[in-house]
Write a protein that binds this ligand. Sequence first.
Ligand code: NAP
Length: 261
Amino acid sequence: MDLSIAGKWALVCGSSRGLGLGCATALAHEGVNVVMVARGAEALAQAAQQLRDAPARPGGAQVVPVAADITTPHGRDAVFAVHGDYDILVNNAGGPPPGDFRDWDRDAWLASIDANMLTPIELMKRTVDGMAARGFGRVINITSSAVKAPIDILGLSNGARSGLTGFVAGLARSRALVQANVTINNMLPGGFDTGRLRATVEKAGRNFDEEAAIRLAAVPANRFGTPQEFGALCAFLCSAQAGYITGQNVLIDGGAYPGTQ
Ligand code: NAP
């Protein structure tokens, strides 16, 4: 299926590895010009090269790495200095650390809200009106299945992402945006075998295989998802064909969430 987005420009945040890299790869495969952002310059440059070397990039789409912290005004200015008019925006950054809410002070909360709520809102503020003026725009916010089924130790994430989810529910239904073919959707990953999952388990001093078995007991698919699967869904939601899908919280979790809505 031709997604009809070749030649568009995408800003994909947090894309040197994991789910963001999955999205950048799938979009580049469709011939989308991709600006990739992460803080670590070396890993980002390698990821960008990997995309350039991949076969089947129609139209010689460009891949531009920008090493920056997207949660800072300076970092955001850096990505808009490279390209001004994005047609596709994928909001993503690292998730807040787990812990006990009794240990979190105001600064911990502000850092989480900054990274997982205010940064995506800032980036939408800088892009959606231009998208509307050009008659095409797709915004994807990578949040978490924890938005629907909060996890006790992820209070910082639950709180900040719920704020973003509430905001998006309103903005995505702005008649001016939807009628100008600008859609905004959230993708809610369940368990994906990315570096983050392994690092979190190993940092807690636990064995990955044992931990994986416990987690997979709650996943009907009995496996973790792959960044490729995540990227493919992202690319579809960014496609020309997906213009009637907006304001949705799309779970991709192997059937783990047990509810009907
Ligand atoms: P990951 O493998 O750790 O990748 C995170 C990416 O974001 C890296 O490229 C990282 O590069 C970049 N990044 C982090 N902070 C950044 C910042 N301030 N500015 C720019 N880039 C930044 O994580 P992931 O597993 O793909 O997860 C992506 C998101 O989905 C996270 O918010 C996570 O909480 C959420 N999520 C993941 C899962 C899962 O199972 N994997 C489940 C639910 C929710 P640098 O560190 O070099 O900046």
